[in-house]
Structures are given as C-alpha cells and as structure tokens.
Design a protein around this ligand. Sequence first.
Ligand code: ZN
Length: 381
Amino acid sequence: MTVSLLRSSLAIPACSAASSSAAVTQKTITSSTSALKAAAGPTTGAAGAGAGALRASLAFDIHNRQDVQPVDATFFEERRDAVHATLKDASVAPEDKQDISALWWARKALSANRCPSCWLNPRYCVCNIVRDMCQETNVTTPHKVHVWMHHKEFGSASNTGNMLCHVLGSEKSRLHLLGHRESSLELLNLLHSASASRPTLVLYPAPDAEPISRVAETMRENGVSACDLVVLDGTWGHARRMYRELPEPRPPHVHLVAFGTDGDADAVVRKPVFARGDARRKASYWKSTDKAYWQALAAGDAPTDDETAPSSLLAPVRMYRGPGSGRLCTLEACGIALRALDPDGRDGAMALDETLRAVLRRKVDRLLLQNGTEAVYCDDV
Ligand SMILES: [Zn+2]
C-alpha cells in the first residue's frame, strides 16, 4: 500500500514540498537530495568499479559494531587520496559519493579510542549499566523506532539516537545512516511498505505536521495498535535538510504537542531558570557543574518559569544555539512520542520513558567525567 493511501487513512493533509523554514542554499539541497536516493543504483563503468572497490574497503556493519575490526591511521592515509578523487569525479553518481562519504565519516568516528557501542571512551563505557537498567525494567513498546541519523552524528559521544537504539534493542529499533546505501534502501522500503494497519510516521515539527496525540487517537479508532516511528537524528539544520529529502508524497509527519499540555509531558522535562541579569550563568549553563541544580532538574524539582518550554537533560554536554529551552534531544523526544502513541499502555510507556531518561542521565554523567568535569545527575557513576 502506498504512502498516499496511508495519509488518507489517517486524514492527514498533504504537506507542501516547499518548506518555509528555508535558509538552505541550492547547493545544499542538491547534495542533500541525493542522499536518500542511494538506492537508485551504483555508478557503472570504470568509475563504478573504482568507487565500488573503495566502498567495499570502507564498508562495515553499522548495526553490529562490536565485530568491526579497528583500523589505524594508515588505513585512512592509504584511502584519503582515492576518496577525495572519487568525490570530485563527475562520472561517479552522487549517490555513490554520498555512500562513500558516509562510510568514510563513520569509519573515522569508530576508529577513535571509543567504545563501538556507546561511543564513550572505553574507560567510561556505559554499555553494561544500560544493559542492567534495561533488564531490570524490561522495557518494551508495541512500536518500532527508526533512527535516521545524520552521518556527522555517528560516533559522537553526545549523540542520543544511538543510545535510543541501545535501550530499545534490535527488535524495536533500527539505525539508518544518512547517505549509506543499505540504510537508504531500508528506509525507502519502510516508507513504501507503510499500510493503514501498520503506518509509518515521521516525527518532525513541520508547519503542517499533525499533533501526535491526534494521530494516536485516529490509530486507536481504526484499531491500529502499532506503527513505525521515524525520528531524525541530527542538529536542527541537519533535520531540516533530511526532512526535505523524504520522497514525495511525504509520509505522515507528527509533532509533539506543546509541552506541558500533552498528558504527562509537563512532568518530563523542565526549563532551567536564571535570575534576571544572571547572564554569565545563563550563557554557560549548558556546561554547568552545579550538581544540586541538575539533580533537582532530573528529579523534576527545579524551579521553572515556563512549563511550556522544557530544557534537555543533554544540555550539560551539548551546546544548543539560542535558548536552551524548548530543545529536546532525540532520545527525549522519542520517549514522549511513544507515551503519546500508547496512552492505553500508559504504565509501560511511562516505564520506558523513565528508563530512557535514566540512561541519558548516566550517559551525560559519564561523558562529563570523560571531559574532566564533575557528574551532575548521579552520585554512583
Ligand atoms: Zn560502551
């Protein structure tokens, strides 16, 4: 069944191809547009053979990374010239260039001294803790989450889309890397195989996105108990470009209802409050080591001045341009979305969301320790 049938079944209006948020250059659009079309087919001829061989030498299993053999600097030195030449070669298809570029970037990210699963330095690896927390709470969901990750997020210690997959496991989640050929094929197949009984939703706050709670209500009315949820994992700039790359007609897209008004969402995250004129603290709060403050924030006890503008638990380790309020990381947004999608299974969805946020706090603490600063959420890190 086609995406358009799905859209009509959920009574979601078609969205405009021309987004208004658009300060993106034509060059960027062109380059971005090719990334999801990596499924179109490889370059043929001599250039194709060269690109294919180069790709094969860079390829690895992006899902089971524990088995990936580490490489050293020589590996990249030997391939650097070939990669640059291939990316400049007009006879190589843009899709092949995207594929090689994504693999090159991901390979480099994995080769650094970091755990291949959680992307922290092995000394601060959080994988065992996450595994124990998930076993304790036995988290699950009827839905499947597809993390569509920008390749520049791959390997980043502060990335949360990867941690989301870590918690949900391979049965309930799938990582898709932007530009990566197999990932693109999988994602396109997912979008095209969506049906009224198994819809695919994209979590993205486009101007004409439907509130997720309304879509969830429609699903319940139609007896639909599970869906595939695609979350865009990258900066807002990345997400904007990735969203534009979705094939037309675009799949139904949903946004989180204003925080503080959608069920229990107001209890999830809070906005830090700064004294008037406290510009210095405000400017640097994202890297604050004010342990008491962040612990209070984690417990939901921090003072707030605006329940509708929460701040991310990730804020201590990641700079947000502009006000930190109202920004959620991929993991937090997905936790809220799964709660909104599953109000009948409220206890399970709540437990899952709490586990996700508990894992995020652990990850942030370990990353702060790795960066040589003090943990802010937990004492026993
Ligand atoms: Zn790890």
